[in-house]
Design a protein around this ligand. Structure first.
Ligand code: SF4
Length: 233
């Protein structure tokens, strides 16, 4: 049977945050997520009935990527690692994945979501996915999700990913610090952004001082500064 990708939306913007912030990029947002974070801003991607999406074949998506002509291609969601992203690779592009870090790409995956949707994929090709820039965002307790220990151990040992956390206060920072210590993650790979969708929420120099003092990188959230909570930005 032909492999198909469920796509919620495709749009052009800049990468707003993380280790490639500011880069002109094509975003492919996949439908479906295996988590239900309390503050999720893309709840329309969660299930088959929470928003519009369309199924694309591998060649259809590759054609779109070629035609759009953006060198940087960002797979986001939802949870993009639920799908066989290695099938979308073609020469001339850089690929980035915004993942919640609960799926190990090099293992096969079979998961039934709470709406009954069954998602299955084979293990992704290791050599292929190691060339992607994986931006792993394990969720903190403020999202009311549990840490997936096996997955976090996997990502902590990889050098082709960075970790992105969104924090609001000292408790969030302390939680990140504990995870970094428990899983022995290199602090240089940690990028911390500030929670919120207003200009005021992003302008907290005292929080940035604390992030730097703890040995982490600060990630501006440029899309929030420029467009607030506007969709497809
Ligand atoms: S992992 Fe991302 S898309 Fe999924 S529920 Fe959490 S914030 Fe939303």
């Amino acid at each position: 049977m032909e492999y198909l990708f469920p796509v919620s939306e495709i749009f052009e913007s800049i990468q707003g945050e993380g280790n490639r912030a500011g880069m002109r990029s094509l975003f492919i947002r996949f439908q479906f997520c295996n988590l239900t974070c309390s503050w999720c801003d893309t709840k329309y991607t969660w299930f088959k009935d929470t928003g519009y999406f369309k199924w694309y074949s591998v060649s259809e998506l590759k054609d779109i990527i070629r035609q759009k002509g953006f060198k940087e291609v960002i797979f986001t969601g939802g949870e993009p690692a639920l799908f066989s992203l290695d099938k979308l690779v073609q020469t001339g592009f850089n690929y980035h994945v915004e993942t919640n870090g609960t799926a190990i790409p090099t293992l096969p995956l079979e998961i039934q979501l709470s709406d009954g949707t069954l998602i299955k994929r084979e293990a992704m090709n290791k050599n292929t996915i190691e060339k992607f820039n994986w931006v792993v965002s394990p969720k903190l307790s403020n999202s009311r999700q549990k840490i997936d220990v096996d997955s976090l151990n996997y990502w902590a040992a990889q050098d082709f990913c960075i970790f992105k956390y969104i924090c609001n206060n000292d408790d969030d920072l302390a939680e990140v610090e504990k995870i970094v210590n428990d899983f022995k993650i290199d602090k240089n790979k940690i990028y911390i952004g500030l929670e919120g969708v207003t200009l005021k929420s992003q302008l907290k120099p005292e929080m940035v001082d604390k992030i730097v003092a703890k040995g982490f990188n600060f990630s501006p959230r440029i899309h929030v500064l420029l467009w607030g909570a506007t969709r497809r930005k």
